[in-house]
Write a protein that binds this ligand. Structure first.
Ligand SMILES: CC(C)(COP(=O)(O)OP(=O)(O)OC[C@H]1O[C@@H](n2cnc3c(N)ncnc32)[C@H](O)[C@@H]1OP(=O)(O)O)[C@@H](O)C(=O)NCCC(=O)NCCS
Length: 186
Protein backbone atom coordinates (compact mmCIF):
# COMPACT_ATOMS: atom_id res chain seq x y z
CA UNK A 1 0.00 0.00 0.00
CA UNK A 2 1.44 3.36 -1.05
CA UNK A 3 0.33 5.31 2.00
CA UNK A 4 2.19 8.50 1.02
CA UNK A 5 0.36 8.77 -2.33
CA UNK A 6 -3.03 8.09 -0.72
CA UNK A 7 -2.38 10.79 1.87
CA UNK A 8 -1.40 13.20 -0.89
CA UNK A 9 -4.55 12.37 -2.90
CA UNK A 10 -6.60 13.05 0.24
CA UNK A 11 -4.98 16.28 1.34
CA UNK A 12 -8.42 17.90 1.42
CA UNK A 13 -11.33 16.27 3.27
CA UNK A 14 -14.80 17.74 3.61
CA UNK A 15 -17.85 17.28 5.82
CA UNK A 16 -21.05 19.31 6.30
CA UNK A 17 -19.44 22.12 8.29
CA UNK A 18 -15.71 21.53 7.92
CA UNK A 19 -12.88 21.41 5.45
CA UNK A 20 -9.67 19.69 6.48
CA UNK A 21 -6.82 21.02 4.36
CA UNK A 22 -3.03 21.51 4.51
CA UNK A 23 -1.79 24.41 6.65
CA UNK A 24 -0.41 27.55 5.03
CA UNK A 25 1.64 30.34 6.55
CA UNK A 26 -1.50 32.53 6.47
CA UNK A 27 -2.96 30.29 9.19
CA UNK A 28 -0.38 31.42 11.79
CA UNK A 29 -2.60 34.10 13.46
CA UNK A 30 -5.52 31.65 13.76
CA UNK A 31 -3.24 28.90 15.11
CA UNK A 32 -1.76 31.34 17.64
CA UNK A 33 -5.27 31.91 19.03
CA UNK A 34 -5.41 28.32 20.28
CA UNK A 35 -1.66 27.66 20.69
CA UNK A 36 -1.33 30.50 23.22
CA UNK A 37 -4.27 29.23 25.31
CA UNK A 38 -3.19 27.45 28.48
CA UNK A 39 -6.56 25.68 28.74
CA UNK A 40 -6.24 24.25 25.22
CA UNK A 41 -2.61 23.17 25.79
CA UNK A 42 -3.16 21.83 29.32
CA UNK A 43 -3.14 18.18 28.23
CA UNK A 44 -0.83 18.61 25.23
CA UNK A 45 2.89 17.86 25.26
CA UNK A 46 3.88 21.45 24.35
CA UNK A 47 3.57 24.63 26.46
CA UNK A 48 1.32 27.55 25.47
CA UNK A 49 3.03 29.83 22.96
CA UNK A 50 4.27 33.10 24.44
CA UNK A 51 4.37 34.91 21.09
CA UNK A 52 3.43 34.37 17.49
CA UNK A 53 7.00 33.64 16.35
CA UNK A 54 6.82 30.32 18.24
CA UNK A 55 3.58 29.53 16.41
CA UNK A 56 5.10 30.47 13.06
CA UNK A 57 8.00 28.06 13.69
CA UNK A 58 5.60 25.25 14.62
CA UNK A 59 3.41 25.86 11.58
CA UNK A 60 6.43 25.98 9.23
CA UNK A 61 8.48 23.14 10.70
CA UNK A 62 5.72 20.74 11.77
CA UNK A 63 2.25 21.59 10.44
CA UNK A 64 3.43 22.44 6.90
CA UNK A 65 6.21 19.89 6.60
CA UNK A 66 4.69 16.58 7.73
CA UNK A 67 2.05 14.66 5.84
CA UNK A 68 -1.24 13.79 7.52
CA UNK A 69 -1.60 17.10 9.39
CA UNK A 70 -4.76 19.05 8.60
CA UNK A 71 -6.01 22.53 9.41
CA UNK A 72 -9.63 22.30 10.57
CA UNK A 73 -11.48 25.07 8.74
CA UNK A 74 -15.02 26.07 9.67
CA UNK A 75 -16.67 26.68 6.30
CA UNK A 76 -19.17 29.25 7.58
CA UNK A 77 -16.34 31.53 8.79
CA UNK A 78 -13.55 30.36 6.46
CA UNK A 79 -11.37 30.26 9.57
CA UNK A 80 -8.82 27.75 10.82
CA UNK A 81 -10.25 26.69 14.20
CA UNK A 82 -7.96 23.78 14.97
CA UNK A 83 -5.66 20.98 13.94
CA UNK A 84 -6.08 17.23 13.52
CA UNK A 85 -3.48 14.75 12.35
CA UNK A 86 -3.17 11.10 11.46
CA UNK A 87 0.09 9.34 12.28
CA UNK A 88 0.63 6.08 10.46
CA UNK A 89 2.35 3.00 11.88
CA UNK A 90 2.68 1.16 8.55
CA UNK A 91 4.23 -2.05 9.87
CA UNK A 92 1.12 -2.67 11.97
CA UNK A 93 -1.33 -1.25 9.41
CA UNK A 94 -2.60 1.12 12.05
CA UNK A 95 -2.60 4.81 12.93
CA UNK A 96 -3.02 7.13 15.81
CA UNK A 97 -4.22 10.74 15.79
CA UNK A 98 -4.35 13.96 17.76
CA UNK A 99 -6.50 17.06 17.71
CA UNK A 100 -6.91 20.47 19.28
CA UNK A 101 -9.38 23.25 18.77
CA UNK A 102 -9.75 26.95 19.49
CA UNK A 103 -11.74 27.12 22.77
CA UNK A 104 -14.36 29.45 21.25
CA UNK A 105 -15.48 26.50 19.11
CA UNK A 106 -15.62 23.74 21.74
CA UNK A 107 -18.73 21.64 22.33
CA UNK A 108 -20.25 22.18 18.89
CA UNK A 109 -19.35 18.71 17.60
CA UNK A 110 -16.46 19.97 15.44
CA UNK A 111 -13.80 17.56 16.77
CA UNK A 112 -16.25 14.67 16.37
CA UNK A 113 -16.93 15.72 12.75
CA UNK A 114 -13.20 16.06 12.03
CA UNK A 115 -12.34 12.70 13.63
CA UNK A 116 -15.07 10.99 11.59
CA UNK A 117 -13.28 12.25 8.44
CA UNK A 118 -9.95 10.92 9.72
CA UNK A 119 -11.49 7.49 10.46
CA UNK A 120 -12.97 7.40 6.96
CA UNK A 121 -9.55 8.25 5.53
CA UNK A 122 -7.93 5.55 7.70
CA UNK A 123 -10.33 2.73 6.87
CA UNK A 124 -11.95 3.53 3.50
CA UNK A 125 -8.89 5.04 1.77
CA UNK A 126 -5.76 3.83 3.59
CA UNK A 127 -7.40 0.44 4.36
CA UNK A 128 -5.80 0.32 7.82
CA UNK A 129 -6.74 -2.38 10.31
CA UNK A 130 -6.84 -0.27 13.47
CA UNK A 131 -6.91 3.32 14.70
CA UNK A 132 -5.98 4.01 18.29
CA UNK A 133 -5.45 7.00 20.53
CA UNK A 134 -5.15 8.04 24.13
CA UNK A 135 -6.01 10.89 26.43
CA UNK A 136 -4.80 11.78 29.89
CA UNK A 137 -7.16 11.11 32.78
CA UNK A 138 -8.95 14.39 33.45
CA UNK A 139 -9.35 15.18 29.75
CA UNK A 140 -12.59 13.21 29.44
CA UNK A 141 -13.88 15.50 26.65
CA UNK A 142 -11.33 13.91 24.34
CA UNK A 143 -12.50 10.42 25.34
CA UNK A 144 -16.09 11.47 24.67
CA UNK A 145 -15.14 12.51 21.12
CA UNK A 146 -13.54 9.09 20.56
CA UNK A 147 -16.62 7.31 21.96
CA UNK A 148 -18.93 9.33 19.72
CA UNK A 149 -16.88 8.12 16.74
CA UNK A 150 -17.33 4.49 17.78
CA UNK A 151 -13.99 3.95 19.48
CA UNK A 152 -13.85 1.45 22.34
CA UNK A 153 -12.21 1.95 25.74
CA UNK A 154 -9.34 -0.54 26.08
CA UNK A 155 -7.91 0.30 29.49
CA UNK A 156 -5.98 2.82 31.53
CA UNK A 157 -2.24 2.87 32.14
CA UNK A 158 -1.62 4.12 35.66
CA UNK A 159 0.90 6.99 35.80
CA UNK A 160 1.98 5.89 32.32
CA UNK A 161 3.70 9.14 31.25
CA UNK A 162 5.42 12.14 32.83
CA UNK A 163 4.40 15.35 31.08
CA UNK A 164 5.48 18.82 32.20
CA UNK A 165 6.72 17.25 35.45
CA UNK A 166 3.47 15.44 36.30
CA UNK A 167 2.67 11.72 36.01
CA UNK A 168 -0.60 11.08 34.17
CA UNK A 169 -2.85 8.05 33.89
CA UNK A 170 -3.35 7.35 30.18
CA UNK A 171 -6.75 6.24 28.86
CA UNK A 172 -6.59 4.07 25.72
CA UNK A 173 -9.22 3.88 22.96
CA UNK A 174 -9.24 2.07 19.61
CA UNK A 175 -11.46 1.01 16.71
CA UNK A 176 -10.92 -1.81 14.21
CA UNK A 177 -11.71 -1.63 10.50
CA UNK A 178 -14.41 -4.33 10.70
CA UNK A 179 -16.22 -2.53 13.52
CA UNK A 180 -16.01 0.78 11.65
CA UNK A 181 -17.48 -0.88 8.51
CA UNK A 182 -20.26 -2.48 10.57
CA UNK A 183 -21.11 0.91 12.13
CA UNK A 184 -21.39 2.45 8.64
CA UNK A 185 -23.76 -0.29 7.44
CA UNK A 186 -26.09 0.05 10.41
C1 LIG B 1 -10.75 17.60 22.84
C2 LIG B 1 -11.32 18.67 21.93
C3 LIG B 1 -10.58 18.65 20.58
C4 LIG B 1 -12.82 18.39 21.70
O1 LIG B 1 -13.33 19.31 20.77
P1 LIG B 1 -14.89 19.65 20.62
O2 LIG B 1 -15.11 20.13 19.24
O3 LIG B 1 -15.32 20.51 21.72
O4 LIG B 1 -15.57 18.20 20.80
P2 LIG B 1 -17.08 17.81 20.40
O5 LIG B 1 -17.93 19.04 20.52
O6 LIG B 1 -17.06 17.09 19.12
O7 LIG B 1 -17.46 16.78 21.56
C5 LIG B 1 -17.23 17.10 22.91
C6 LIG B 1 -18.01 16.13 23.80
O8 LIG B 1 -17.43 16.13 25.11
C7 LIG B 1 -18.44 16.46 26.05
N1 LIG B 1 -17.80 17.15 27.16
C8 LIG B 1 -17.52 18.47 27.31
N2 LIG B 1 -16.91 18.68 28.48
C9 LIG B 1 -16.79 17.47 29.09
C10 LIG B 1 -16.24 17.02 30.32
N3 LIG B 1 -15.67 17.88 31.18
N4 LIG B 1 -16.28 15.69 30.61
C11 LIG B 1 -16.83 14.83 29.75
N5 LIG B 1 -17.38 15.18 28.55
C12 LIG B 1 -17.35 16.49 28.24
C13 LIG B 1 -19.41 17.32 25.28
O9 LIG B 1 -20.65 17.39 25.95
C14 LIG B 1 -19.46 16.54 23.97
O10 LIG B 1 -20.19 15.33 24.10
P3 LIG B 1 -21.77 15.24 23.70
O11 LIG B 1 -21.86 15.58 22.25
O12 LIG B 1 -22.12 13.81 24.00
O13 LIG B 1 -22.50 16.23 24.54
C15 LIG B 1 -11.20 20.09 22.57
O14 LIG B 1 -11.78 20.05 23.84
C16 LIG B 1 -9.76 20.54 22.69
O15 LIG B 1 -9.21 21.17 21.79
N6 LIG B 1 -9.13 20.27 23.84
C17 LIG B 1 -7.75 20.74 24.08
C18 LIG B 1 -6.73 19.93 23.30
C19 LIG B 1 -6.80 18.47 23.70
O16 LIG B 1 -6.90 18.16 24.88
N7 LIG B 1 -6.74 17.59 22.70
C20 LIG B 1 -6.85 16.16 22.92
C21 LIG B 1 -5.60 15.59 23.45
S1 LIG B 1 -5.87 13.84 23.78
Amino acid sequence: MDYASILEENSILESDRLILRPFTIQDVPDVYLFARDEVVTRYLTWPPHKDMSVTEKMVREIYMSRSGIYAIVLKSENKCIGCIDIRLVPEHEKATFGYCLNRDYWNRGCATEALALILELAFAKLKLNRVESTHYAGNETSGRVMQKCGMIYEGTGVKEVKIKGVFHDVVHYAILKDDWIRSKNR
